[in-house]
Every structure is written in C-alpha cells, then in structure tokens.
Design a protein. Structure first.
Length: 407
C-alpha cells in the first residue's frame, strides 16, 4: 500500500491532519490501533481554545460543535472561601468552547469517511522504517496479518505510548520530564450544571474542578493519590470530598447526580526535542504531555497540525522544504509556553504536602491574579490560546510570497 502521508494514530491530531491535507488535495492513510467505537466513546478533556474552534469551523467540521458546544466567556477561581471570575472575553476578546474531545473525533471520522478517506481501525503500527530516506515505511498488523504502508512522510500522532517517538534513535532526541505527586480523579455525572462557568478551586484538602459536557452531563475532577483505585471510592465518599472542597459559605453547593463514569489520570509534563527525525514528524501527545490544569492537551495537538499541514502543503504545492525544516522549532516555542502555563496553573491550585509557606504563596498568587488586570489578562490570554505564530515565524520577505493555504 502506498500514500503521500502515512499517519500513525487516529486521535484528534491524526484525523484533523488527514482532513486538512485532503482539503489541499494531499492523500493520506490513518492507521489506528483502537476500534472506531472506542475512539468515539472514550472520555477525554473538553475545553477548546478559540483558535481550535475557529479552525474546525473554517475547515468544515465545526457544524455540530457550533450547535451543541457551549461557549464560555469566563472561568472562576475559588480559594480562601472566595470565588473570583476571570473575564476571558472582556480581557482578550476571545472565548472557549466546552465540547468533548471524543465528539471532535466523531465529527472528524464521519467527515473523512464521507469524503472517501482511508482510516484503518484496529490497525496497530509495529515499526517505522527508513525514516531518513525518501520513502519511509510503516509496518502494521491488521486482522492478524502483517502489512506495509509506503509513503513520502510519516506523521507520528500515536500518543505518549505509541511506537513513533521511540523510533527516533536515542542519540537524536532529548526528553524533558516532570512527574507530579498527585493524580486527578474524574467523574461524569447525570445532573444539571452546578454553575454557568468552570470553577478551579484551591482548597486545603486539595484541588478540584467543576466542568460540564452538556445541560444533562457534568464533568468534575479532584486531586487524588495517583496510585489510588477509583473503584475503591464509593459514590458517597466522592460527593463528600467534592462538597468539602467546593461548597461555599453563602450556601452554594455542588449539584449531585448519578455518577456514570469514574477514573484516575496521572499528571506529568513531558517534551521531546526535536519533534522531527528525517521524514518522521511527531504531533500531539507523542511529542508532549501537559498536566490537564490549563486544558491545553488537545489544543496543542491542533496547533502542531496547523503548522504541519502548512509545511506539507508548502512541499507538495510549492516545492518548498523550509517549513518542514522549521516544523519542530515553530511548534516547540508554543509547546514550551503551554508547558509553562500548565505547570503554573498546576502549581497555583494543587496541594503539595503540608508546607504552610507554599500554601500562603498560592493564596497570594490567586489574590494577585484575580485583582490585577495585568495578571488576569496574562492568565486569560494563555487560557483562551496564544495566537498562532505561523506568519510571524517567517522572515518578512517570505511572508510576502504566496504562503500556502489558509490553514
Ligand atoms: C476539563 C478538563 C481540563 O483539564 C480542564 O482544565 C478543564 C475542563 C474537562 O474535561 O471538562
């Protein structure tokens, strides 16, 4: 089997790339280890930056998101018995949209299949070969048989545990990692929303977050031991913990409902440099992981894909290799800024042991961020998404030449 761009991984990054390439007339094949059903039902994060929603709408996959997603213009920070609102739209002119990642995946799969796109589900890549040649190969298994996909470029969008990153020789990559000493306990609840906008709460018992998926389904998280067993937590115990961390003195209380899903996620920061080796380009979680506190994971993957699509279009439509060569450098600038923001939000909101000095500093930081317009604007600018730096990355002379495509 042969194609122009072989994409390992059918999450939001791989599927979006395949869709955007198709709009440019560039062929791709997506190989995905999991089944379509698993991809479409797995509960992941749900906050889309303004730039992410703009891209989905502009490229024709935003119609259902537009109808079903909820646009939020602010978030709340809760600490020391106070709840303070950050006016995202008032400070930046931008907003966020609450729409589950698996819903984005559903929309992309349907759009690709309707357009005759090739997505091979339950096809597990086993190895990437000849990455430093002009015709790299992906070996994969499907239905118990070995197959090979030959292509011009390989895109590794197969997540943190995928085969792509380890295919870069160890001497050609540097990995940066920080593990956090806690996890997030996440639940999905059948209940009406407790608030109109998200609440990020710092409490002496630990962090918690109230989010939403729809008028009927709510998403909540609380800081926990990363080695804890989700099944060991009864529903009563979960509600007791959430009430203890969230309820306010003025009588506001988190709205209970039937818990329909629960699980624990570990927290880490991770970045690999560079994000390219020969004709392999890493995108999304295969190249970087952020702790979820800044809601940046999927948005960073989408930003990588925008840069990559433009670079590949430059190659195929204009015979340019400069953007491919600068892919890693352009992406890493954004990745490190998002890593910094996610680390900062995590540090400000979680409980790190019993250090009263550190807790006082956190409260001072929250007090500052919610009372200084400059500090609140910095949070809002990062939270709604830093601007894409595609054009500003190019020297002025090149910017004037026809740059490929709107994406
Ligand atoms: C959600 C997840 C996040 O990591 C976050 O910061 C906010 C909301 C969510 O799943 O809704």
């Amino acid at each position: 089997m042969r194609t122009q761009v072989g994409i390992v991984g059918g999450g939001p990054a791989g599927l979006l790339l395949s869709h955007l390439l198709h709009l440019q007339g560039i062929e791709s094949v997506v190989l995905e280890l999991r089944s379509r059903k698993t991809l479409e039902t797995e509960i992941r994060a749900g906050v889309l930056e303004q730039g992410t929603t703009d891209l989905l709408v502009k490229s024709g996959v935003g119609e259902r998101m537009w109808r079903e997603g909820a646009v939020h213009h602010g978030i709340n920070l809760q600490f020391s018995g106070r709840r303070e609102r950050i006016d995202l739209s008032g400070l930046t002119g931008r907003a966020i949209t609450l729409y589950g990642q698996h819903e984005v995946v559903k929309d992309l799969i349907r759009t690709r299949l309707d357009a005759g796109g090739r997505i091979l589900f339950e096809a597990g890549a086993t190895g990437l070969h000849d990455l430093d040649s002009r015709e790299p190969r992906i070996r994969f298994q499907k239905d118990g048989e070995e197959h090979e996909l030959r292509c011009d470029f390989v895109v590794g969008a197969d997540g943190f545990h995928g085969v792509s990153r380890p295919s870069i020789p160890p001497q050609a990559r540097t990995e940066y990692e920080r593990k956090y000493p806690f996890g997030w306990f996440g639940i999905l609840v059948e209940a009406p929303p407790s608030t109109n906008e998200l609440i990020y709460a710092n409490h002496e018992r630990g962090f918690s977050l109230v989010s939403t998926r729809s008028p009927e389904i709510q998403r909540m998280y609380f800081q926990c031991d990363p080695d804890d067993d989700a099944e060991a937590w009864s529903d009563d115990r979960i509600w007791e913990e959430l009430h203890a961390r969230l309820d306010t003195r003025d009588g506001w209380t988190v709205t209970e409902g039937k818990i329909i899903q629960k699980g624990i996620v570990a927290m880490r920061s991770f970045v690999v440099e560079p994000m390219r080796y020969g004709r392999l380009f890493l995108a999304g979680d295969s190249a970087h992981i952020v702790p979820p506190t800044g809601a940046k994971g999927m948005n960073l993957a989408v930003a990588d894909i925008q840069v990559l699509c433009r670079a590949l279009a430059g190659f195929y439509l204009y015979n340019r290799t400069d953007l491919l060569e600068r892919y890693s450098e352009i992406c890493l600038r954004r990745v490190w800024k998002a890593s910094r923001f996610s680390w900062w939000m995590t540090s400000m909101l979680h409980r790190f042991g019993d250090d009263p000095f550190q807790h006082r500093l956190q409260i001072a930081e929250l007090d500052y961020v919610t009372s200084s317009r400059a500090a609140a604007t910095s949070l809002a600018e990062n939270y709604t998404g830093l601007p894409m730096e595609l054009d500003s990355e190019l020297p002025a002379r090149e910017r004037e030449q026809t740059a490929p495509s709107a994406f």
